[in-house]
Design a protein around this ligand. Structure first.
Ligand SMILES: Cc1ncc(COP(=O)(O)O)c(C=O)c1O
Length: 363
């Protein structure tokens, strides 16, 4: 079954099999080599010299870690969908004073509103969702970061790039992002279970001053061990074998080529949407490189479509549930999403879209 949901996505046999390699001790020299190779590969993808920490968790773990290591009290959270809300929920549950800057679903973070919010308060950190998976919006960091820095040069910029990293270009150093995090099960086309986070020196300087920054996601401890090509506790070594192999394939493809392939996949998907009488749900100026969210204007029975697509070997998405519930309650069309991330080729995408069209005509 091919997974056409916005994560986890299908993992190739070639990658999956690497997890069954003979186990090694995480305190061995082989592990140090593995850790070094994984860290360097991730640094290349993010164009950064910052440490890129690896944890055995999903991305939410590092979101919590980012909050706990950078914020004593005040944090600004930009919300333009379900995953922005997740930042806010995490920060609130960590006992922080959270200011939420809300944008309508389908819209990107607005520069002027962000600027205004920053002038009003002295926040320690600002949380951004790079790629809002629920709506298919990719916020433009090149537009937003200079505005943030203009208003508050000390603020730490925390970026959830869970569904973007590895599929869209993120210049961590050029932009000066303090935390940029992701999970393994999206654009990396790996099984779930690992999270990655680049952390700046500024983050570590702040973290050391925060007493209750927690244990498992203590960035100071993780960074200390990272410098020895180690992790503080037992990592998911099997998943790291898979990461090591996938990073080799990414290098072979070329990082820029990978981003361009994702862009091409998005263009193919958008053309299909237009040619088939649908509309893109979100502001096309900020459309995501890795996922397209579509208005179900033709009122296709999505659960019927899902069942029929399973018989063709595809497990598809029927939209972000809470967003659809809201849209339907407002008398609007619900949405469905087509992810175009990971190792997907143009040919595979065309085949999927052709099947989707046929099945839509049959149900
Ligand atoms: C943008 C975004 N942020 C955060 C998460 C949560 O990541 P995880 O499920 O790896 O904890 C997701 C998961 O879909 C996501 O798409």
């Amino acid at each position: 079954m091919k997974l056409f949901i916005p994560g986890p996505i299908s993992v190739s046999e070639e990658i999956a099999i690497t997890q069954t390699k003979e186990m090694i001790s995480h305190r061995s020299s082989e592990f140090k080599e593995l850790m070094k190779e994984c860290s360097e590969g991730l640094q290349n993808i993010l164009y950064t010299k910052n440490r890129v920490l690896i944890s055995t968790s999903s991305g939410s773990g590092f979101m919590e870690g980012a909050i706990r290591n950078t914020v004593n009290k005040k944090v600004l959270v930009c919300v333009c969908g379900a995953f922005g809300k997740k930042w806010a929920q995490i920060a609130t549950s960590c006992g922080k004073e959270v200011t939420i800057l809300n944008f309508k679903e389908g819209n990107a973070i607005n520069k002027e509103e962000l600027k205004n919010a920053l002038t009003k308060n002295d926040f320690e950190a600002v949380c951004i969702t790079l790629n809002e998976t629920s709506t298919g919006i990719e916020n433009n960091l090149e537009e937003l970061v200079p505005i943030i820095r203009e208003q508050n040069n000390n603020i730490l910029i925390l970026v959830d790039a869970v569904s973007g990293m590895g599929g869209t270009r993120i210049h961590v150093d050029k932009l000066g992002l303090d935390v940029c995090l992701a999970s393994s099960q999206k654009c990396f086309a790996l099984p779930p279970g690992l999270a990655f986070a680049s952390v700046s020196e500024k983050v570590l300087e702040k973290a050391i001053t925060i007493k209750d920054r927690g244990y498992y996601f203590d960035f100071v401890e993780l960074a200390k061990e990272y410098d020895e090509n180690q992790t503080p506790y037992t990592p998911a070594v099997g998943l790291m074998f898979a990461l090591q192999e996938q990073l080799k394939l990414i290098k072979k493809e070329g990082i820029e080529e990978r981003f361009n392939r994702h862009k091409k996949l998005k263009e193919i998907t958008h053309a299909w949407v237009r040619d088939n009488g649908f509309f893109i749900f979100s502001d096309e100026k900020y459309s995501s490189n890795t996922i397209t969210c579509i208005n179900n204007t033709k009122k296709i029975d999505l659960s019927k479509l899902k069942k029929a697509m399973i018989t063709k070997g595809y497990f598809i998405d029927t939209g972000y549930r809470k967003l659809n519930e809201k849209l339907l309650s407002e008398g609007k069309d619900e949405t469905f999403r087509i992810p175009h991330m990971g190792e997907l080729s143009e040919e595979e995408l065309h085949k999927f879209l052709d099947t989707l069209k046929i099945i839509m005509g049959e149900i």
